[in-house]
Design a protein around this ligand. Structure first.
Ligand code: SF4
Length: 56
């Protein structure tokens, strides 16, 4: 299980700055979560201004 970022992402970067294990990086159209690194803590879900981060 890992959190995922959907198309509501506006590439603000808030999630990447919050992730304690640096699982989030900037992709072509949106930020993306590396499922192998994510520990499912949910920190990014709380900081996203558009609600784009969701538990998978
Ligand atoms: Fe990082 Fe936690 Fe979000 Fe996973 S759930 S991407 S570990 S902040």
């Amino acid at each position: 299980m890992a959190h995922v970022i959907n198309d509501e992402c506006i590439k603000c970067g808030a999630c990447a700055a919050t992730c304690p294990v640096s699982a989030i990086s900037e992709g072509a159209d949106k930020y993306v979560v590396d499922a192998d690194t994510c520990i499912d803590c949910g920190a990014c879900e709380g900081v996203c201004p558009t609600g784009a981060v969701q538990p998978e």
